[in-house]
Design a protein around this ligand. Structure first.
Ligand SMILES: O=P(O)(O)OC[C@@H](O)[C@@H](O)c1c[nH]c2ccccc12
Length: 266
């Protein structure tokens, strides 16, 4: 079976080297002076209880294809914000998710809550690019990074004033990510090799996460009962994309997940 993560990482290597030849790192670093001040992603997650939502702006994915044709990132982001999302996640990968760094730039300027750059980060250049674009947090996927890379990219994100959301799928990666003492830890419910998605994955693996680390269950969350089930298992954050993006009333669906719905929807 082909492993999508390996394919994506391979194309990221090319993408990053092309980006570096277009805008050398020294030039990119000069733009840091003009970057907006960082918003505290971790604090926003911690202050939105009992379960804080990271709402994702995502047009398409390798597992689902195009999720939403009628795609206006800023409009969607504003709806998420007013529905009570703690933070936003914006896909910036172009090839596999039909995202764009420009979406993040536009979203960040039009909301007041912190924004995560959702991409496959394998190089410091992408972390710098994220900060220059206005990102408050970057995603670091343990399955794409060895220990040295993980530590380096994590440290660099912090150095630039951002937070990093460290994500794992494989149970074997838990121990090595906990060495960073991250305030946030994401457990992906979706196996990126098979696309099989099960909430039980973050529930089971989450039981091994220390209480001082805010546990975020990612992917495959569909309704209020899912959220309650996760909450009962100690999950304090959720990352939701597809369910919201497929909804004909995004705001209502977001409020339903958070338990703020005017009327429960089925
Ligand atoms: O659309 P969903 O099933 O609600 O999932 C959102 C998010 O968890 C998912 O997009 C995701 C989790 N980790 C990733 C890493 C890269 C790209 C995407 C992801």
């Amino acid at each position: 079976m082909s492993n999508i993560l390996e394919d994506i990482v391979a194309s990221k290597l090319t993408e990053v080297s092309q980006a570096k030849s277009k805008v050398p790192v020294e030039q990119l670093a000069e733009a840091l002076a003009d970057a907006a001040p960082v918003r505290d992603f971790v604090a926003s997650m911690q202050s939105h209880g009992p379960v804080a939502m990271i709402a994702e702006v995502k047009k398409a994915s390798p597992s689902a294809g195009v999720i939403r044709e009628d795609f206006h990132p800023v409009e969607i982001a504003r709806i998420y914000e007013s529905a009570g999302a703690a933070c936003l996640s914006v896909l910036t990968d172009e090839q596999y998710f039909q995202g764009h760094l420009d979406f993040l730039i536009a979203v960040r300027k039009n909301v007041a809550i912190p924004v995560l750059r959702k991409d496959f980060i394998i190089d410091r250049y992408q972390v710098l690019e994220a900060r220059v674009a206005g990102a408050d947090c970057v995603l670091l996927i343990a399955e794409c990074l060895d220990d040295a890379q993980l530590e380096d990219l994590y440290g660099y994100a912090l150095e630039l004033g951002m937070s990093a959301l460290v994500e794992i799928y494989e149970p074997d990666n838990l121990e090595r990510v906990l060495k960073l003492s991250p305030p946030l830890l994401g457990i992906n419910n979706r196996n990126l090799k098979t696309f099989v998605t099960s909430l039980d994955h973050s529930i089971r693996l989450g039981a091994q996460v220390p209480a001082d680390c805010l546990l975020i269950s990612e992917s495959g969350i569909r309704d209020r009962s899912d959220v309650l089930k996760l909450q009962e298992s100690g999950v304090r954050g959720i990352l939701v994309g597809e369910t919201l993006m497929r909804s004909s009333d995004i705001g209502e669906k977001a409020r339903e997940l958070l338990g703020h719905a005017s009327q429960p929807t089925q």
